[in-house]
Ligand binder design. Sequence first.
Ligand code: HEM
Length: 697
Amino acid sequence: MTENTPLDARFSPTGAPQEPGDAATQQGRRLTTAQGLRVDETEHSLKAGPRGPSLLEDHHLREKITHFDHERIPERVVHARGAGAYGTFRSYGTAASVTAARFLAEEGKETRVFTRFSTVLGSRGSADTARDVRGFATKFYTDEGTFDLVGNNMPVFFIQDAIKFPDLIHAGKPEPDREIPQAQSAHDTFWDFVSLHTEATHMLMWAMSDRGIPRSYRTMEGFGVHTFRLEAADGSTSLVKFHWKPVLGVHSLVWEEAQLTGGADPDFHRRDLADAIAAGAYPEWELGLQVMPDTPDETFEGIDLLDPTKIVPEELCPVQPVGRLTLHAEPTNYFAETEQVAFHVANLVPGIQVTNDPLMQGRLFSYLDTQITRLGGPNFAQIPVNRPHAPVDDMQRDGMHQTAVHEGRAPYQPNSLGGGCPIASGAAGYVHVPTPVEGRKVREAPASFADHYSQATLFWASMTPVEQAHLVGGFTFELGKVGEAAVRERMVANLVRVDRALAERVAAGLGIDITDIPEVTEEGSGSSADVATSPALSQVPQEPGRIDARVIGVLADDGADLAGIDTLRQALADQGATAVVVAPHGGEISTGDGSTAVDKALVTTRSVEYDAVVVAGGTAGSAVATDPATTVLLAEAFRHGKAIAAWGDGAEVLRSAVDADAPGVIAGSGAGDVTHDLVTALGMHRSWERLATIAGV
Ligand code: HEM
C-alpha cells in the first residue's frame, strides 16, 4: 500500500477483495492533509501569538475539524446495530436439480461472502443481548453477479404485507415523545400494535421464546423467511425456503443472563464473533433448502407459501443441505465494511427468483431506496464491500460519490459513436420466469392469510416444558412493562386463542382474570397435514454438541493447584474451548514453585461472560473463597443452568454458594477427574434439568 491508500486499495484490479486483516503499519509514514500536503505539526492551531485568537487561515485546522464534523452517516432505519465477517461458501452441488445458480449448482464451487448479523430495534450503540429478532444477511459475491440472502434468525415475520412495515417499526422503536425505551419491545406502543395485528401472534411466540436472546451469532439459525422460486437449468421451477443451520447447534441465553450481559458487556455478540474468528474457531453454517412443487395455488400441504407468517414444518418437508458457509476473516475497518455494506432482497442471480409474497414485494423497493439516503447517493455499489466480483458495465453515470472515471462520449444504448456498447445477454442473462399475472386491482389479502393462530399453537406445543416456561416468562416480562391495562388484556385474550394454559400462566403473572374469555374455535388450520408438534422447533439438544470457542471461567487464587489448571486448560483447548483464570486480583497467581497469569480480576467480570465456571483445587480458605463476588458469580451461573465444577478443596467454595448435589454440578478430586463431565455438560449447553427445577416445571 502507498502512504495515501485509497479505500479500494484492498481490492485487486478485478474488484475482488484481498484478504482482510493485514492492517498496514503507520510506522515511518508522514501525516498529511487530505490534499497530500505534509503538515508541520498537529497539536496547536495557528494563532496570533500563543495567547491570541485562532486564524481563519489555518486550513489544516479547518479541514481536520470539518472532516470530523461529517464523520457520521445516518444509521440504518432498522437493524442499526450489527457485526460482520468475511467468509467462503462452498457448494455441495446438491441443488443442481432445482437451480441454475452456479454458486449453488456446481459441486465444490467456492464463493466469497460477507455476512452481517444485527439486532432490529436498537440504535448503533445499543446492547447486543436485547430481546429482539436478529438479522442474518449474507452477500454472495458470485461470478454471475451479487446475490444477497437478507434473512432473520426467525422463519416468520410480524406482518403479512410490507405496507404495514413503517407502522410496525414506529410502534417498536422508542416512543417518540421521550425516546424510550431503547432496544426493547417491552413497551406500550409495540404491544398495542401487535395485539391489534393478530397476524403478529406466531412471530411473537418466536420473539418471546429463547430465540429472541441467542447465545451468540455462531449458534443462531437463519432463515430467508419468504418463499423463493428457483429455476433449474432445464427451466423447471420449484418453491423454496432457505435455512442456515449452525454447525455448533442452536443455543440461547436465559433472560436474566441477557439482561446482565447488556450491562456487563454490551458488545457480547460482536466480541464473541471476533474472538472465535481470531482463535481459528471459524463459525460455520450449512445452507439448506425446503423444496416444494411450484403449483398454481402456491400452497404446500395446505400451507400458503406466500404468507410470511407461516413456516413449513421440517417434518413435512425436510431441509436438504446444499452447501457450507465458513466465516474466517474479520473486517479491517468497521465503518468501511460493516457499516457501509448494503444488502438488498432484489440482488438476485439467474436461477433464483422472487414470489408474490406481499411482504417480499415491498422489500424489493425499500432497500435500494433507503440506501440512497444512508450511503449518500446512488453509487454505493462502488464501495469496496458492496462491489460485485462479476464485471460491471452498467452505463450508470455520475451522481454523488461517483469514484469511477468513465471513458467515452456515448453512455447510452444503443449508440453508433462509442465503438460498440455493452449488449444485453438475452437468455444467458437474468430472465424473469414468465409466471402469468392477472387479477383485479384490490387492496385485499387472500382468505388463507386470516389464519393467525394455528402455527402459534404449533410452536407452543413443540416446546419442551422448560422452553414453555421461558416463553411464559418472556410474555409476562414484556407485558408487565406495558402501562395500559387495555393493551395487556387484549394481548392476553389473543394468547387464549393460541393456548389456554399459556394464557392462564401469563395472565396469572400479570394479575389478569381470564375466566370470562371464551374459547374460540379457530377456522382454517393453515395445514391440512395437521402437524400437532414440530420437534425441530425445540432448541434442547438431544446429545452433546461441539464447544468451539466456549469460555470457561476458572476461579483461583495464590496457592491454587496450578498443575490442575494446566490440565483443565489443555483438555478444554483440545475441544476448541478456552479456560480463563479469574482471581481476586490482577497480574499473576503463584504457588510456591510456579505462577500463572490472571486473565480477569473478580472486580472486572460477571458470570455472564462464561459458559461454565470451575473452582480450582487449593482455593479453600483463600481470598477467592471469601470474596462476595465469588458467591454472586457461582449463584448466577447456577441459576442460569450453566455447568459448574470444582476439584479438590475447591468443592468447599462451591458448596458454600450453590447446591452441590443439583444436576450439572460436578466435583472430583483432581482436575483430570472433572474434565470429561464438564465437556459433556458444556456440549448440552445448559443443565436443562436444573433449569426445569428452577422454573418449577
Ligand atoms: C421477512 C421480513 C424481513 C426480513 C427477514 C428483513 C431483514 C433485514 C435485515 C437482515 C436487515 C439488515 C441488513 C444489514 O445487515 O445491513 C434489514 C434492513 C432493513 N430492512 Fe428489512 N427485513 C424484513 C422486512 C422488511 C420490510 C417489509 C421492509 C420495508 C418494507 C424492510 C426494510 C428494511 C430497511 C429499510 C433496512 C435498512 C437497510 C439499510 O439501511 O441498508 N425490511 N432487513
